[in-house]
Design a protein around this ligand. Structure first.
Ligand code: HEM
Length: 369
């Protein structure tokens, strides 16, 4: 039998030193991930802090797209996307989905009229396949093409503590360094929003790749295009009468419409050509690109995010099924990382969160428009 000998002092010290080194390595890894070793590095924490510096603290809410409501329904796939993607969601048939419509701002109680950009996020849940999450905005291109530019834009738009307003000179300086953002604002200005969520087209903005059964990849962007008429908003919905402004007008309208009958959007996938930009969401693709009508999204339910199914979903754009992949667009990994931080923060703040702007009662009520 082997004799068990006590360790010498030198052996004990060297083992303790090894444990110490391992602990230091773990601490250093956390410090690196948290950005403590390189304060100049843009981290998810720094990005969320910059967002909050402009809008203040709103515990329990998403750090962007804070005012929203859950939607639910299904997707009827036409099968037309199968030649380009092996994703189960594109096989002919019906797939249930949960989603969320929102205003893009980080302020959870803003009037609907004051926020120009709206969003629709969807989570497709094929019964025998991997799910697909996508968040889309109703603008034709995004305003920046890198996470660093997004951060610099947040810094440039931060309100001056003295005036409470952003410094116009800071924004002018930002735009002169980022002509792509100035160009994007021009394109966005040429696409006025529809009168409401029901008439809006929502765009993926970022480029993704579809992968088919043979392994062939094609760059794509997608949009949901309304089947109900897209009435263009002629004026701000709140300023057309002497009546008190209806803060939740867009959400109230959607609740009424969905209670009357289901709303439908076509899922249109645009196929890129090799020369089309995949890593720059500020650049549109030429209008003549081939479009595939992948099927119809139907929304027949609305609910408050306080008791509905979307409140706890992180619409991370990188939750993708086999058959859809990320492109080289740098915004995708930035979004994934920042959304995770926002999700972690809001999930830990549920006890502090006030009721959302659209309450469970609002979502059930048939509101008089
Ligand atoms: C670096 C650029 C971006 C940053 C830092 C950013 C940041 C955020 C944050 C913090 C949230 C809240 C996430 C949550 O708590 O669940 C959010 C939501 C959202 N973002 Fe972005 N975003 C960026 C780019 C984009 C782009 C390019 C799109 C393109 C369509 C987009 C669409 C959306 C949508 C639709 C939502 C709402 C999802 C929901 O309803 O839960 N974002 N964003």
């Amino acid at each position: 039998m082997n004799e068990i000998r006590p360790l010498t002092v030198a052996q004990t010290l060297s083992r303790l030193a090894l444990i110490g080194v391992a602990l230091l390595a773990v601490i250093a890894a956390f410090a690196y991930a948290g950005g403590w070793l390189s304060p100049a590095r843009l981290t998810q924490t720094k990005m969320v802090a910059a967002i909050q510096a402009g809008i203040g603290d709103h515990p329990g809410f998403r750090r962007a797209h804070a005012k929203g409501m859950c939607i639910a329904g299904w997707f009827d796939s036409s099968g037309a996307a199968v030649p380009w993607s092996k994703a189960a969601v594109f096989a002919p048939g019906r797939v249930p989905l949960i989603g969320r419509v929102a205003l893009a701002s980080g302020l959870p109680f803003q009037s609907d009229a004051s926020v120009p950009v709206r969003s629709m996020a969807l989570r497709f849940m094929p019964s025998d396949g991997a799910e697909w999450r996508t968040g889309m905005n109703d603008i034709p291109v995004f305003v920046v093409n890198t996470a660093a530019a997004f951060y610099q834009q947040l810094v440039a738009s931060k309100p001056d503590p003295a005036s409470g307003k952003p410094d116009p000179a800071a924004m002018t300086a930002f735009l002169s360094r980022h002509p792509e953002t100035a160009r994007a604002f021009g394109l966005i200005g040429m696409h006025p929003p529809a009168a409401g969520f029901a008439g809006d087209t929502f765009n993926s903005l970022n480029t993704f790749l579809l992968v088919n059964a043979a392994g062939t990849r094609v760059p794509v962007r997608w949009a949901v295009v309304p089947l109900q008429p897209a009435v263009v908003q002629a004026s701000s919905p709140d300023d057309d009468s002497a009546a008190p402004p209806k803060k939740n007008r867009l959400f109230d309208d959607l609740i009424v419409q969905v209670h009357e009958h289901p709303l439908r959007w076509r899922l249109v996938i645009t196929l890129g050509r090799p020369q089309d930009p995949t890593a720059d969401a500020t650049l549109p693709w030429p209008e003549d690109r081939q479009r595939v009508d992948a099927g119809t999204v139907t929304i027949d339910q609305v609910s408050s995010e306080d008791n509905g199914p979307c409140g706890s979903i992180n619409f991370d754009p990188l939750v993708l099924p086999p058959g859809i992949e990320a492109s080289d667009d740098p915004l995708l990994s930035a979004r994934s990382s920042v959304y995770a931080r926002s999700f972690t923060l809001r999930s830990g703040e549920t006890a502090l969160k006030p009721p959302s702007a659209i309450t469970p009662r609002d979502a059930q009520r048939v509101v008089t428009p």
